[in-house]
Ligand binder design. Structure first.
Ligand code: NAD
Ligand code: TYD
Length: 338
């Protein structure tokens, strides 16, 4: 089976590409714009494989997307490419709307014209918005997005669904909870806290730190996407959760314990505007229909993740140079310490 993977140089996309290439029956064309979040260093172990090809391009570029699909005729598109960070979407929504909505539309149009047999649209539990405990979102839960990022993902989910309903394009949608693991850009909670802790820098906790997220190890997510690719039913949505809900403060304390750093590094800073208090979802449908389940315990996955960042200081230093500094100053520079 030949897959066109978009955003395969990012955190989850590159884990998926490495997993797919490890399977001898899959070929991958990785289509990526290489934004600040795209990093070919994540793919050194597959770059010379003859079942792998990299194409540098923007999913908003209809002519290029059309020509690659016409040339490669993939059996499936697995669509990861996105502007994926809530804080950046608050500071600067335009590229988020452009890539996440217009880019998804462009891909769907090409897939429709070229009759691609399967389109896996990778989405997020954030489209369900904040849920009061003990509620868990099933796939039928209403969309209630709060940030420009989650609103753009909800919009792209609806577009993807419309291409199934209207044009019978064989779309499946996945909605995963918060991912963590090696190679994650250190703007998201876990890699940022690990990278800062390893360098004895302050750990900025938004608000009271009691916001709850469900944590999913990236390889468990990728196995879930493969399960949906192979066994998911056309037009359906599948939640993919880690079954491990924790308040942010607990996560930060675990990072400090594993890195051997003191809790005095924690800084409570001004909260994120519109901050969703709690995400929670049920993955019962995916488990029932495909037999998938998450296998990595959070403490084990977190220890492996810390180990990876400890062993890859050059990767961290490179991604934190340049543009990252400007972003860091913009996002954290004006936040008061509480
Ligand atoms: P990431 O930010 O690490 O990577 C995004 C990738 O997309 C990068 O390689 C980037 O270069 C590429 N890209 C961005 N704009 C592009 C464009 N216009 N054309 C082509 N390529 C472009 O993101 P991630 O964390 O790996 O997330 C991947 C997908 O999974 C996203 O769709 C995201 O919404 C979804 N998701 C992420 C999480 C999470 O916790 N990170 C959870 C659930 C769902
Ligand atoms: P994040 O990793 O950005 O994922 P998302 O907002 O998409 O869930 O943030 C996870 C949680 O951690 C969220 O409640 C915001 C919080 N957070 C902080 O407290 N400090 C930080 O510096 C960051 C990046 C996030």
């Amino acid at each position: 089976m030949k897959l066109l993977v978009t955003g395969g140089a990012g955190f989850i996309g590159s884990a998926f590409v490495r997993m797919a290439i490890a399977r001898k029956d899959l070929r991958v064309i990785n289509f990526d714009k290489l934004t600040y979040a795209g990093n070919l260093e994540n793919l050194t172990e597959v770059q010379d494989n003859d079942r792998y090809r990299f194409v540098h391009g923007d999913i908003c570029d209809q002519r290029l997307v059309d020509s690659i699909l016409a040339e490669e005729k993939p059996d499936a598109i697995v669509h990861f490419a996105a502007e994926s960070h809530v804080d950046r979407s608050i500071l600067s929504p335009e590229p988020v709307i452009q890539t996440n909505i217009h880019g998804t539309f462009t891909l769907l149009e090409s897939a429709r014209r070229l009759a691609t047999p399967r389109f896996v649209h990778v989405s997020t539990d954030e489209v369900y918005g904040s849920l009061e405990a003990p509620l868990e979102a099933t796939e039928a839960y209403p969309l209630n997005a709060s940030s420009p990022y989650s609103a753009s993902k909800a919009a792209s989910d609806l577009l993807a669904r419309s291409y199934f309903v209207t044009y019978k394009l064989p779309v499946v949608i996945t909605r995963a909870s918060n991912n963590y693991g090696p190679h994650q850009f250190p703007e998201k909670l876990i890699p940022l806290m690990i990278a800062n802790a390893l360098e004895d820098r302050p750990l900025p906790v938004y608000g009271d730190g009691m916001q709850v997220r469900d944590w999913l190890f990236v390889d468990d997510h990728c196995r879930g996407i493969l399960a949906v690719l192979e066994k998911g039913r056309d037009g359906e949505i599948y939640n993919i959760g880690g079954n491990r809900s924790l308040p942010n403060l607990d996560v930060v304390r675990k990072v400090l314990a594993i890195t051997g750093k003191a809790e005095s590094l924690i800084r409570y800073v001004t909260d994120r505007p519109g901050h969703d208090r709690r995400y929670a979802l049920s993955s019962e449908k995916l488990m029932r229909e495909t037999g998938w389940q998450p296998v990595t315990h959070f403490e084990e996955g977190l220890a492996r993740t810390v180990e990876w960042y400890r062993n890859n200081p050059a990767w961290v230093a490179r991604v934190r140079s340049g543009e990252y500094r400007t972003y860091y100053e913009k996002n954290y520079g004006n936040r008061d310490t509480q």
